[in-house]
Design a protein around this ligand. Structure first.
Ligand code: HEM
Length: 410
């Protein structure tokens, strides 16, 4: 089968960003855009950025400490998005949105994104809607569609951040301790001038932000809920973390955390059950027919499959709805039989460019949080609050759900 599969224009117009690597339709154009992004998301690049990840996670821990002292609960669904937004904005813009400092734990910011995802099935049917919203006077959008207004403001904010970055003093950006992705893209020789315009880079920034924060935040939320709702798993995780991290003030590198078997099993089981992208992620081969067993799929046919079908397949994962980290421990460590069925990041040329960063975030955040706060407990939260019931590309919770809330017990 040809490797040159385009994305489906019908499906991917939902986020209105075909200029971003994520939404690029043509496989040929995607290859160029992706090759410019790859160097910043390799294992080596993420390893160099990991001290910044840990510093942001430490700020998060500090805020939890304050909540613990005051006996306040923590809305972890939102809090995780604050951390993942601050991490990705630090990397792409060279400064954080500082959602972690916001009194509302970034609820207002998240509400704007949620609006975009809620609108996405409608935009898919009427792709001109996005441009129309952007062109309308602000007051008119506010009157006719407040959700769309939140989205318009969000996009304008990212435009503003990109503009500020690209007009910054080069010395200031180049003196940073890590590469600033959007700045580097504006200088790279891999991309032609037309790929380095302000409007293209602003859309790329928007795509990286959207792809980078929601999925990671959602998987962390789901995984944390599952750990706390399963006392046996929680206890085993704590035993492992206490032994491996004698001093909670000194969290090992994420590469060392990845070697912890139970933590690894919890992360994999979390990825399996939270699934990541729910949608079918349709592709199309424009140039040739494809053969699947006895069937010929004519060129131009859109095909796709949701990762749900693999993640919840009882032949691969017996009792698939249950949280059982042990299923990942029973296999021989050198045998990646089960691991090949982790589809949360997609597969192939369009798979997640941020996979290494996502793993670094998940290991660092979960290990730091559970090691520092072993007495973490669920607070006013049931499975219903974190259950994914909508397919807005990623699986999402009920509108109005308070999400995952926790409290640091005595
Ligand atoms: C646990 C966290 C994450 C999950 C489950 C996840 C999942 C995915 C999936 C399934 C895709 C393929 C989408 C498709 O086929 O249309 C994808 C693509 C992508 N992801 Fe992630 N992602 C995660 C974290 C991140 C992070 C941290 C970044 C940061 C930059 C990121 C950036 C991207 C980008 C830019 C693409 C488009 C890649 C391309 O088409 O070349 N993701 N992600």
């Amino acid at each position: 089968m040809s490797n040159r599969l385009d994305k489906s224009p019908y499906f991917y117009c939902m986020l209105g960003n075909p200029k971003a690597s994520f939404g690029t339709i043509s496989a040929d154009l995607h290859r160029i855009r992706r090759s410019a992004l790859n160097p910043f998301f390799s294992q080596q690049a993420v390893s160099k950025f990991s001290s910044h990840v840990q510093a942001i996670v430490d700020r998060f821990m500090h805020r939890i400490e304050t909540c613990a002292e005051r006996g306040e609960s923590i809305p972890l669904s939102y809090a995780y998005r604050c951390v993942t937004v601050d991490i990705i904005t630090e990397y792409i813009f060279g400064h954080q949105f500082k959602l972690l400092d916001r009194a509302d734990w970034g609820k207002e910011f998240y509400s704007a994104w949620r609006s975009l995802w809620e609108l996405s099935p409608t935009i898919r049917q009427f792709p001109w809607m996005m441009d129309a919203f952007m062109a309308m006077p602000r007051w008119f959008t506010a009157l006719t569609n407040p959700k769309a207004l939140e989205v318009v403001d969000l996009f304008s904010n990212v435009d503003e951040q990109t503009k500020t970055l690209l007009t910054s003093n080069p010395k200031e950006i180049e003196s940073k301790q890590h590469p600033v992705v959007i700045w580097e893209l504006s200088k790279t020789d891999i991309l032609s001038q037309s790929e380095k315009t302000f409007s293209r880079l602003a859309v790329e920034a928007n795509g990286l932000l959207a792809a980078g924060f929601e999925t990671t935040g959602s998987i962390l939320t789901h995984t944390t809920y599952l750990i706390l709702a399963h006392p046996d798993a929680h206890r085993k995780l704590l035993v492992e973390l206490m032994e491996a991290i004698p001093n909670p003030g000194q969290i090992p590198s994420f590469q060392n955390l990845e070697k912890l078997p139970y933590l690894g099993a919890v992360v994999k089981e979390g990825l399996r059950l939270a699934v990541g992208a729910w949608s079918r992620l349709p592709r199309v081969n424009r140039s040739e027919d494809m053969q699947y067993r006895n069937w010929v799929i004519p060129a131009g046919t859109e095909i796709g499959m949701s990762a749900l079908f693999i993640s919840k397949n009882p032949l691969l994962f017996p009792d698939p709805e249950s949280f059982k980290p042990e299923r990942w421990l029973s296999v021989n460590p050198s045998d990646d039989r089960l691991e090949q069925y982790i589809l949360a990041f997609g597969k192939g040329t369009r798979s997640c460019v941020g996979i290494n960063l996502a793993y670094a975030e998940m290991y660092t955040i979960l290990a730091t949080l559970f090691r520092k706060f072993p007495q973490l407990q669920l607070h006013n939260t049931t499975a219903r609050d974190v259950e994914h019931v909508h397919d807005y590309f990623a699986g999402m919770t009920r509108a109005g759900s308070h999400g995952l809330q926790v409290i640091v017990g005595k």
